[in-house]
Design a protein around this ligand. Structure first.
Ligand code: AMP
Ligand code: MG
Length: 358
């Protein structure tokens, strides 16, 4: 089922992958291994673990072309060279010694260890007067469910039938809250048997639900009550491009309202995951991402809330592994666009109810 969504994404949304600081970092690694070697002492390991455990925010990673000449990046590259030469058992025992998660395949373990040292070095650099650009306080994971048909005709009008949000606190690295409402479709009011079976959402559930504009009002209120965009910096996150660029975009047109400003930019976790763990986009299905991280799907696949929770678990693991999840896609004039990794870490605006379309 997810494969289907993935294929469509790739066909419809031909967005160029951004250049990613972590990819640049790995390019530097191979250079560093040729240049010299460095030994990570136990003392360094311990101070690193302590500093990382006490960190409340993740410092911004530099991504300018001249960063290899920066001594901090040179140190990171040298450490990466060493990590690249470690086998799976060595990686596991090093992670265990640092009291870090030892689950996942070799590439995941390697990335986790590299990120650990990178975070430490960057934190030291910040403490010495480096960049202090702040990271999001919260990430809102959204995974819409929509009306559908088995044959999935291209011209089918998908209407949102479930609006879930799972809130991630990036400081505590916990899921702290969630929102969920079903939505009554107005164009095709009757759910197909296929849709009920796929999503677990019944005709009664949507019949008893409100229409999209009313649900969106409560979503906005929920976000405002949590002071997102005012007191706290936040970003939206989805599994793929479709939730915002297709489902929300179409729904807003059908409901006669403008596309909400707060959802104009988002983190596409598939893209972030592919760039961070260096896997092709075909390996970024929800089930594969979970599997590679040593996690199992919890709940019912294609329930919007359960999907959101599982996507949030992946996001949390990536944050723990040192990935600075950043907005990487946006919608403008109905078009899906890429946001380059060099863009500043900008939070979503305070949520407001969108105006009606003219
Ligand atoms: P997902 O987030 O993967 O649960 O999918 C979101 C929505 O995409 C679903 O609610 C359906 O409307 C549509 N969808 C997902 N998989 C399929 C499929 N195999 N056939 C038709 N529509 C699908
Ligand atoms: Mg889903």
């Amino acid at each position: 089922m997810e494969e289907h969504k993935e294929n469509i994404h790739d066909k419809v949304c031909n967005v160029k992958l951004p250049s990613n600081p972590d990819e640049e970092e790995d390019n530097k690694v191979s250079l560093s291994t040729r240049l010299s070697t460095v030994t990570l002492t136990e003392k360094q390991d311990k101070s690193c673990a302590k500093a990382c455990l006490s960190s409340e925010s993740i410092p911004k990673t530099a991504s300018t072309s001249g960063e290899f000449s920066d001594p901090v990046y040179k140190e990171i590259a040298l450490a990466n060279g060493q990590i690249n030469r470690m086998n799976q058992d060595e990686l596991r025992s090093k992670l265990a010694a640092l009291k870090l998660d030892t689950r996942g395949v070799k590439d995941v373990l390697r990335k986790r260890l590299k990120s650990h040292y990178k975070k430490l070095k960057l934190m030291q650099s910040v403490a010495e007067g480096g960049s202090t650009d702040t990271y999001y306080d919260y990430i809102c994971v959204v995974d819409f469910e929509a009306t559908c048909e088995e044959s999935n005709p291209f011209e089918f009008t998908h209407e949102i039938i479930e609006f879930p949000i799972v809130l991630i606190d990036t400081h505590t690295l916990q899921i702290t809250d969630s929102f969920q409402e079903y939505v009554k479709p107005e164009v095709n009011t009757q759910l197909s048997d296929f849709c009920v079976k796929l999503t677990g959402i019944t005709q009664t559930m949507v019949d008893e639900a409100d229409t999209f504009p009313s649900v969106l009002k409560r979503v906005v209120q929920w976000l405002q009550e949590r002071e997102l965009g005012t007191k706290y910096k936040y970003a939206m996150l989805t599994d793929g491009s479709w939730d915002m660029s297709k489902f929300l975009n179409i729904q807003c047109r059908l409901s006669g309202i403008r596309y909400p400003q707060f959802a104009r930019k988002w983190i596409n976790i598939r893209k972030s995951y592919g760039n961070f763990y260096k896997v092709p986009r075909t390996h970024t299905k929800l089930s594969i991402m979970l599997d590679k991280l040593g996690l199992k799907y919890e709940g019912r696949p294609h329930s919007g809330l359960d999907d959101s929770r599982n996507i949030a678990r992946i996001a949390l693991r990536m944050l723990q592994d040192g990935c600075q999840l950043r907005v990487n896609e946006r919608i403008h004039g109905g078009q899906l666009l890429n946001v380059p990794s060099s863009a500043p870490v900008e939070g979503a605006p305070p949520p407001h109810n969108p105006r009606r379309r003219d």
